[in-house]
Design a protein. Structure first.
Length: 262
């Protein structure tokens, strides 16, 4: 698997919602090699503060070599990253990790919650490329409110996909959880659910899929220091015992491989 460490130019910076930012880089080698579910490690700043690179799911790529990330400003690293301006350069390492295992688009259901929506757009785009006879995957997206969710829904609709929405405050779509919507649509056992979001959300999705005998793949969000399995800082517990590394063994896992608790 090809990996690159490149200085890349920031070509677009967008504020999607309050504290939610999308950056677009000209990163031909990384974008060309990337698969849905993989991530990049970004060096923020030129000194030792912050010292370590930060991991970001690959939100989208283009055939022209552009690569996007989507993130929420939650700490010093993301605050500094949001301040970068068009024309500046950053060091990206990637693509890293194992991505989703794709199947038939008509038997796929994508479920993203909060910033877990980020890798879902790349996955949806790849499924859309595989689509025949107008058959497309199902998409369920959830967020705290309309402000955070509506701009992202537009990206999926631009691919020709219908989105079922859920918000915590009921300001858009279903008033409640994405798992409520997942129950309503009654997927068959021949479906695969692809999910990314807060761990409690994915745990609930896993248990629901297990009950209905539906395959489920999850992308695990975890703090990382190196992104390549050397620092042991992103360990996730396995059902069979022991641990796996979210960066190198994942971030995408079969949900049944992991040890979950509600």
């Amino acid at each position: 698997m090809s990996q690159f460490q490149k200085k890349v130019e920031l070509v677009r910076s967008e504020v999607i919602a309050r504290d939610v930012v999308r950056l677009t880089f000209n990163a031909l080698e990384i974008a060309t090699a990337a698969l849905p579910g993989q991530f990049v490690m970004i060096q923020i700043g030129s000194g030792k503060d912050p010292l370590l690179r930060r991991p970001f799911s690959i939100h989208q790529t283009s055939s022209e070599g552009y690569l996007q990330i989507l993130f929420k400003v939650v700490g010093r690293g993301t605050e500094l990253l949001a301040q970068y301006r068009v024309g500046e350069q950053l060091s990206l390492l990637g693509p890293l990790g194992k991505g989703f295992v794709l199947g038939e688009p008509s038997k796929a259901c994508l479920v993203g919650g909060g910033m877990g929506i980020a890798p879902m757009l790349f996955l949806a785009s790849r499924f859309q490329q595989l689509t025949t006879q107008g058959v497309v995957p199902k998409v369920i997206l959830g967020a705290r409110n309309r402000e955070e969710l509506l701009p992202l829904i537009g990206d999926f609709e631009a691919l020709g996909l219908e989105v079922l929405a859920a918000t915590d405050d009921g300001s858009l779509g279903h008033h409640g959880l994405v798992t409520d919507v997942l129950k309503i649509i009654n997927l068959g056992s021949d479906f695969t659910v692809f999910s990314c979001g807060p761990r409690p959300m994915m745990a609930a999705i896993h248990h629901l899929c297990l009950k209905e005998d539906i395959r489920c793949q999850v992308s695990v969000e975890s703090a990382m220091a190196c992104g390549m399995g050397a620092c042991l800082g992103c360990a996730v517990p396995l059902k069979a015992g022991g641990y796996a590394h979210a960066c190198s063994d994942g971030p995408v896992f079969e949900a049944g491989e992991l040890l979950w608790s509600l």
